[in-house]
Design a protein around this ligand. Structure first.
Ligand SMILES: Nc1ncnc2c1ncn2[C@@H]1O[C@H](COP(=O)(O)OP(=O)(O)OP(=O)(O)O)[C@@H](O)[C@H]1O
Ligand SMILES: [Mg+2]
Length: 257
């Protein structure tokens, strides 16, 4: 299909460590369409962050291939934005300067970048905090700065590694709504890593479920809930039904030896 942005084929990653080789991913295949919101859901240690690092061009696969817009991924690219699990903001820089980091790194126009940064800070509800420093913000606010920084350079593809995992339940719900709003407003393609079933169901167009390590796609689930999804969506019987189906899958998956 021509609207495929990202394609992973039989992807394999083996880490070499002093304890011997660790096979993190094996035979993992999936795809992402233009403008799609894909969640990658899998048990802890199954290789989700490994997959994200490969797609971000930070890690070379040991086997298989990943292509972005038809071209192999050989290193970090300006058309990809990353939001890490921790906001990883520079504490000595203001919120505005933190958001501007990719603009500076990529040598983009700073004046235009500042305007864009202010627009994005408004979008994430933080325009009044542009001159503040990260330690003056709550965890959820810092995470929203991280999201603004992830999209300031207008990447085609946004990669998010459990960005809400460290947040409390209320902030998390608020951030899910916020992210849906940003995604609907900007039309980005998103790969969202999570181990939260309700989070994945709430946000996604499609969910790729990974097996326990070595990770490979064992199921792909289309989420047909209408948008925009609201907090009421989580009380919808269809929402509960999808969550329960996925939960049943994990009961068989998560077994520790
Ligand atoms: N640099 C490394 N060297 C050796 N093994 C590694 C390295 N990085 C990750 N691993 C191993 O690879 C496997 C997958 O790790 P990864 O971080 O991708 O899992 P994950 O699905 O993101 O887990 P979590 O949900 O806990 O974040 C794990 O068994 C981990 O111990
Ligand atoms: Mg991880």
């Amino acid at each position: 299909m021509s609207d495929i942005l990202l394609q992973a084929d039989k992807l394999a990653v083996t880490y070499t460590s002093t304890r011997g080789p660790v096979v993190a991913l094996q035979d993992l295949s999936t795809r992402l369409h233009q403008g799609e919101f894909l969640s990658v859901l899998g048990p802890s240690g199954c290789g989700k962050s490994t997959l994200l690092k490969v797609v971000a061009g930070l890690l070379r696969p040991s086997g298989g291939s990943v292509t972005l817009a038809g071209a192999p991924i050989t290193g970090p690219r300006p058309d990809v934005g990353i939001v890490f699990q921790q906001p990883t903001l520079l504490p000595w820089q203001t919120v505005l300067d933190n958001v501007l980091l990719p603009v500076r790194t990529l040598g983009m126009d700073l004046a235009a970048g500042r305007d864009k940064a202010m627009q994005l800070l408004k979008l994430v509800g933080l325009d009044k905090f542009a001159r503040h420093y990260p330690n003056e913000l709550s965890g959820g606010m810092q995470q929203r700065v991280g999201i603004a920084r992830g999209i300031i350079h207008d990447p085609t593809l946004l990669l998010m590694d459990e960005p809400f995992a460290a947040l409390d339940a209320m902030t998390r719900e608020h951030m899910m709504l916020e992210l849906q709003r940003i995604w609907m407003a900007t039309g980005k393609s998103v790969v969202f890593i999570t181990h939260s079933i309700p989070e994945a169901v709430f946000l996604s167009d499609r969910i790729a479920v990974l097996s326990a390590r070595p990770g490979r796609t064992i199921r792909e689930v289309e989420i047909d809930l209408p948008r925009p999804r609201t907090l009421a969506t989580m009380a919808d019987p269809r929402f509960t039904e999808i969550c329960n189906e996925l939960r049943a899958l994990f009961t068989d998956l998560v077994k520790f030896d």
